[in-house]
Design a protein around this ligand. Sequence first.
Ligand code: LLP
Length: 420
Amino acid sequence: MDHFELRGGVLYAEDVPLTAIAEAVGTPVYVYSRATLARHARVFREALSILPRFEVAYAIKANPNLSVIKVVAAEGFGADVVSQGEMERALAAGVPASGVVFSGVGKSAVEMIAALEAGIGQFNLESEEEGVELAALAAARGKVATCALRVNPDVDAGTHGKISTGKAENKFGVPYDRAGGIYARLSALPGMNLRGLAVHIGSQLQSLDPLAAAFAKMGDLMRAIRAEGHSVTHMDLGGGVGVTYKAGDVYPDPQDYAAMVARVTADWDVTLMFEPGRVITGNTGVLLTEVIRVKQGVVAPFVVVDAAMNDLARPAMYDAWHDFVAVRPNGRTMTANIVGPICESSDTFAMGRVIDEVAQGDLAVFRTAGAYGATMASTYNSRALVPEVMVDGDKWAVVADRIQPATILAAERVPDFLKD
Ligand code: LLP
């Protein structure tokens, strides 16, 4: 459920017509609904409340906008971060340091020191090497790093290959068969408080089965580690729950996910941790765009919009589907290719798709663009960096400016050796 709906023939975000935002801010622009965001966060958290002990950290990478983090944090979420930049955003948005989990396969020493100084709640270690380095950095500062060890369970998530993380050939976590030994060795280090295991097998999962299989393997590993006399008090089950991009596709809802977790972890006696991203923000945003012109094609017309792959990379990167709907639909449809202005063929949002009929100057949105949308934007082709707006009832505000090409150009320098 979301708060983007037609009223009197115009698409609204909550109580604001998208036409008003386009007129004031221009296009392309991401538009988020605060009510939808808060609702998604609350529903997910409430679904988990059937579990005896849990903590939930929003995966900042899905949408790191400061205002978005603030809304999610107000619903009782910590933050899963993968860089110092994300950590600083989470702290700036008011997430307590104790609620920050630092994940990521390449934490630098500088980042680990910053996180130790900030006093974050947990590091998710991706390797023995990283654990040894972090323990030494902590001990040298008279600190103790609270950690979980990320394990690669070698389970196929059944999602797009580029967002799969839990197969043995992927770069994430330590190999399942070596995890017990690594846990024992890292536990013995000064500066290290290793309290649990972490797993994340991929994103946009359509089925709960691979998650259940991975969690069951993690349970076995947890029991084996405890049997060796080590303590395991926390188990981080990652994120990955998919959302519906295309009508008719069926994805698990948070209640089904929580019920599966409750069943698999019934006898674990741990604090469970979660790192959802997409399921919190995916449906809370749209990318608002204007049709530049409709160009005749050989097979179907090309609807050329002013949003491009630099603004919404998912179709180009993962062949992802985003519904395209007119802001003022006229009731008719057309079959068209939807493309952006960028000079490569991957700048294509859809081919031969039946869409609302649109013409030059019409506004339309790409739906379900609140996760992995603005955050993956670039300025390729020297285009502006896309701005973001948040709507709250009948109020709205620009929550991230459009960064103009001139601003980016001003940050470049021509060195003396090129001057004559
Ligand atoms: N935890 C870890 C360790 C992760 O790597 C990720 C996502 C998450 C949590 C959150 O996963 P979610 O709940 O959002 O599925 N750019 C891609 C998605 C990349 C996901 C990367 N990791 C896309 O647009 O589909």
